[in-house]
Design a protein around this ligand. Structure first.
Ligand code: 5AD
Ligand code: SF4
Length: 440
């Protein structure tokens, strides 16, 4: 979502004469869009800010003029005034819900009225204030449909930094999707911190859920592929599971984090389901869509996690079989309930060792998944040129990167590719010659 937000900031600033630079040393303004989800991500803010200050000094010394430095995103939201105190060379600090006010904030800074700090959760949603052409125009593009979260998992800062759940209206989303498709987008990923909790209003005032939205979007001519992330298991309703069978454009890939496999830890995390309930949801999804590829998020070393609890997570991974996954050591976040469980913290070396075991298992599953496509043919959306001469990189229905040899004019097409090699992080294949010309 930070990628989506950063691009929208660039769109908002474009009428004021700003455009993106390829390196920070050319910039008249640098906006650091930050993440607060884990301590490591958060710490990066201050080291990156130090680097930006040096870049600014060099630029000024070389006669390149001033550089305004701003901090956006969830670290800005959580640590607002502290940032200005620790890094007084920063001019603007604003949270993820107020970047639509960038032009006003800039005007305030240029009037010389001091630093701008905006970490409010405004009543009016920022989406109402974005310019009409502020859309993702990539071949495979993002569309934010929902933001914030009311789930309050015990480890997570999102409900505090992104705020309460908010869903954009259905017509607004359909309209944005249509504009994206007109601009060349063929694959849309619907974004939300809790995307399957989507409940936006339709034009006539009825409330629509994610399944309704998926059906409506699937009717738009020109939309070839649809995905959504990130989902919570509790919101995988029957109708949403069925949509994976019935909606052609909905891709057979789902990111459905479980975080842990032990019922005791799941309860302590306030996830509000058990390991078996999660297994049941996966079983149901696969009964509707047998080839569904699954991805997840895992946290190791949550306070109180024993070796047996960890083994329960490993067993759940063995049972589900993931095509891809993200895994992290538990990181205490200020203000979250889990951070108060001081007496139960798992030692760092235990976390490191458990994470290594967990990642080894996930990697094994990922390679096995990728290898299972060797000799098979699948439709690949050719997205961009690769590093090698004559190489294109595309995306499979299951989210794998696929490398093929092909002339560049095929970028933007969905081509049939026969896979000859499945590697740890990608597939390699050859274009089926008969399919490439009719896939315009
Ligand atoms: N420590 C470690 N990982 C975390 N995540 C969220 N909060 C924490 C934390 N405090 C992970 C979860 C979530 C993903 C986006 O980041 O796995 O799904
Ligand atoms: Fe955080 Fe996701 Fe839990 Fe919401 S559902 S609190 S975003 S981990």
């Amino acid at each position: 979502m930070n990628v989506y937000d950063s691009a929208r900031m660039a769109d908002i600033l474009s009428p004021l004469g700003y455009s993106l630079t390829s390196t920070p040393d050319q910039a008249d303004m640098a906006i650091l869009n930050t993440c607060h989800i884990r301590e490591k991500a958060s710490e990066k803010t201050f080291s990156e800010l130090g680097r930006l200050r040096n870049t600014r000094r060099k630029k000024e010394a070389a006669g390149g003029g001033d550089m305004l430095i701003a901090v956006a995103g969830c670290v800005a939201q959580a640590e607002g005034a502290e940032i200005i105190k620790r890094a007084p060379y920063v001019s603007m600090v604003f949270g993820p819900q107020s970047y639509h006010k960038l032009p006003e904030m800039l005007a305030e800074v240029s009037r010389g009225s001091g630093k701008v700090l905006d970490t409010d959760f405004p009543v009016e949603p920022k989406f109402d204030f974005l310019p009409a052409d502020a859309i993702d125009k990539n071949l495979s593009a993002f569309l934010t449909v929902q933001e914030g979260c009311d789930k309050f998992c015990a480890f997570c800062v999102v409900p505090y930094t992104r705020g309460a759940e908010f869903s954009r209206s259905t017509p607004e989303i359909i309209d944005e999707a249509k504009r994206m498709i007109d601009a060349g987008t063929r694959e849309i990923t619907l974004l939300g911190q809790n995307v399957n909790a989507y409940h936006g209003l339709d034009g006539d005032g009825t409330s629509r859920n994610l399944t309704d939205l998926i059906y409506k979007l699937s009717e738009i001519a020109g939309l070839e592929r649809l995905r959504y992330m990130t989902s919570h298991p509790l919101e995988m309703t029957e109708d949403l599971c069925q949509a994976h069978r019935d909606v052609d454009v909905l891709m057979p890939y789902l990111h459905l984090p479980v975080q842990a496999g032990s019922d005791k830890i799941l309860e302590a995390m306030n996830r509000r389901h058990t390991g078996d309930q999660y297994r049941g949801i996966i079983e149901k999804l696969r009964s509707y869509r047998p080839d569904l590829a699954l991805s997840g998020d895992f946290i190791v070393g949550f306070p109180g996690e024993t070796e047996q609890d960890f083994e329960d997570t490993m067993q759940l991974i063995r049972d589900v079989k993931y095509s891809q996954a993200y895994s992290f050591k538990y990181s205490p976040r200020p203000g979250t309930p889990a951070a108060a469980l001081e007496g139960q913290m798992v030692p760092e070396d235990v976390k490191t060792e458990r994470l290594a075991r967990l990642q080894a298992l996930l990697n094994e599953q990922q390679i096995e998944f990728n290898r299972s496509f060797e000799g098979k043919t699948m439709p690949v959306l050719l997205e961009r040129a690769g590093k090698r001469e004559g190489q294109l990189i595309g995306r499979s229905p299951y989210m794998q990167s696929v490398y093929v040899q092909s002339p560049p004019h095929r970028i933007g097409r969905i081509a049939e590719v026969t896979i000859d090699e499945g590697n740890a992080n990608s597939l390699r294949g050859i274009l089926k010659s008969s399919s490439t010309e009719n896939a315009a």
